[in-house]
Each structure stands twice: as structure tokens, then as C-alpha cells.
Design a protein around this ligand. Sequence first.
Ligand code: HAM
Length: 428
Amino acid sequence: MSGEIQPVRGMNDVLPAEIGAWQHFEAVTRALLTAYGYEEIRVPLLERTELFKRAIGEHTDVVGKEMYTFTDRGGDSLTLRPEATAGIVRALISNRMLRGARHKLWCSGPMFRHEAPQAGRYRQFWQVDVEAVGCPGPDVDAELIALSARLWQRLGIGGLTLEINSLGTPESRRAYRARLIEYFERHESRLDADSRRRLAGNPLRILDSKNPDMQELIAGAPLLTEHLDAESREHFEALGRMLDAVGVLYKINPRLVRGLDYYNRTVFEWVTTSTGAQNAVCSGGRYDGLIAQLGGEATPAVGFAMGVERLVALLTAAGGTPAAAVPDVYVVVSGERAAAEALAIVERLRSEAPRLRFELNAGGGNFKAQFRRADKSGAALALIIGDDELARGVVAMKPLRVESGQSECPIGALAAGVEAALAGLGSG
Ligand code: HAM
């Protein structure tokens, strides 16, 4: 067999030209999460299929049709994680970390969902997932949302709006679900095929339908917010007051239901208008029942996950990406003895001036070709290691960005000479 091997559909390479934006996003996010007291946790990419079925729900799109599931050589059914919350909860339980303790955690990495790929929607995508475990109050919900708002500000991403809703308790949700089924059954002839399929298993998801023909019917459906129990209503109102107090604007969207079954009370989503149909860049909510449902001690929790590809695209569009790093010094090599000794000289420089970036010419080439590469590299200074110079115990230096002649520096004092030359050029 020969020929080019195609990449897997919906799975992207992040190329060096894009990595600056990714690393900037990751560095700003990590610093902010640390400042809010969150600690990193890393959980496996593979979990038992049962975990996701129980946590996310059999009737959700994610479990029903999007999971990468296979039987391993030992006969176990495993699934590539479609999200991180279930795995983090599993890790807290497996490692006996609950016992009334509180945990503020974050996790970053690729997730896998077999969706129809399009701009902003992939089959492998990265999330930064943030979870606060052990706190029941709306103050934690509000602080998490304030954290995300501050992150957009630090990244210079504008144009995001926050939508919030409350799903109430499992009981109030069950009652609402029954009312919703009753309503949609009364109008069954107006349901599209997708909604008809959802009616029995997951009628709340019908509210999420993007089909324009369904919108009128959906607009007339009973509202979840009208069926909230008193405590959930109080929780939701307190959250609203706290967001007001920190100046985070929000819109109450009574149709926001989320695609995963584990939520109760607060749910929220940051949306943008600029990425077309794939407009959610960060979403989450409270999942007070999940930990007990997965066999741990009953512990309230709330969290969210950001879609990194979508945020990096916004960051790049806003021009908030740092310029690609360029070397400070390009090292040109000329002659046989120089070729043999250049690496040792540059390695010594790297030890003595660890902050500087040296690019040693690779792949040979005559003087002219090497200087062309030096120019292209963006370096401020060229070092010329040549046989003539070595015979005299010196290395030549030439500024690359300003008109200036060549100078020489004794090999023994090269690090100091390079630093002084760069300082004189206003770089390094
Ligand atoms: P989710 O809404 O399924 O929630 O995903 C969170 C974010 O991941 C979305 O807002 C979106 O930005 C991004 N995302 C989801 N699917 C794709 C895709 N196919 N391609 C690109 N980006 C995507 C969760 O995953 C929950 N675990 C969030 C959470 C944490 N809730 C509580 N704690």
C-alpha cells in the first residue's frame, strides 16, 4: 500500500503558525485559574463507557450517537471522553477525595464527539474545564461566572453575551418534563422528525431545536422557570443579585436547557454572534446530584467548560495574539574547523546566556545562503564562526537589522560580547 494517509475527519493539527495564540490562551487562563485558587487535575482520555452513560444520560445526543466507543483487548467497553466532568467526578470518588472536602479544579485537554464537522465544531476539540466541588450556594456559581468574565477581559475578547437559566430540582424538572410532553403531544403533527424522536426520551432538548419551522411551537411551550420550586427560585434570584453586584451583564434565557442530563438549578452559556451557528464558547452549570449518582458521597458541585478552538479563533480575530518568537542571534558557520567547533561554542553560549535564543545554521550552505536565512529568521544579530576568525581566537558579529559594519569578539568573552551587542541594538 502506498499513497497519502488522510487525517481523521474533524480532527485538526495545531500548526506552529497557530500555536502562539493557543499558548497565549493557555498561559492567561492558567494564571487566572491559579489566582482564583483552582488546581490542575489530569484525568485519562479513556474511561469505562458506563461512566458516561450514567453521568451524561442515555437519551442525550452525546451518549446516544456521538461517543467513540470500542471494546478493548480485555473485552471492556471503553469510550474516548466526550467531556471532562464525568472523569473528574470519577477521579474524586476513586481517589477518596470527597469526605466533605471542597475542591476547586481545572483540567485541559482534548475531548471527542462524533458530530458533523463544520467551522467551530470538531470531532476532537479542546476544552478547559473548571469545577468547584463541595459548595451548594449561588456565591460559587457567581464567582465562576465572574472568573469567566474576567478571562474574556484579560484575553481582549469582546462581543460575548451571558445567558443563564435555572433547571430547578430533579423533581421540578420531572414535573416540567411531563407538562412539556403533554404540550408537544397535543401538537405532534407540527413536530419535525428530530423532535419526534426526542419527545419520549429527552423532550427538553426540543426547546434547543434550530429548525425555523419549529420556533413558533417552541415559543408557545410552557416555561421551566414557571415551574421552579421555591428554593431553586431563591438560588437563582441570589445568583442574579450577585452578578448585578459585580457588574456582569446577563440575559435570562428560559429555553436554555443544555445537552447533558446531570444539571440542576443554575445553567449558563457564553455565546458569540461571530462564529455562526457554533456560538457557545463556554458553558456549564450546577450538578448537585451527579456525585452521588456515580457512587460518591452526596456533594454539590458546579462548573463549566470552554471550547478552546472557538476562543482561540475569537482571540486571533481580535488581534490579541503575540507575534511569533524570533531568535536573538543567528549563527553563520564557515569552514571545516568552524563546522566542527560551532556547536560546542553555541552550547557554551546557551549555558552562559540562558535567556537568549540562538539559531545555529543547519543544513550547510555558502555564506550568502546562510545570510539569507539569517535575515529571514528575524534575528537582530549574526555571529560568524569562521576558520580565519577561530585561528585568531575570535568570532565576528554583525547586526542584521541596522546598517553597521562587522566587529569581533574574543571567544573567551563571547557571551558578554553578544549581550552587550544586543543591548546596543535595543534587543535581547
Ligand atoms: P458542553 O456544553 O457540552 O459542556 O461543552 C462545553 C463547550 O465545549 C461548549 O460551550 C463549546 O464551546 C465546546 N464544544 C462542545 N462541543 C464541541 C465541538 N464538537 N467542537 C468544538 N467545541 C465544542 C460540557 O462539556 C460540560 N462538561 C461543561 C461542564 C463542566 N459543566 C459542568 N462542568
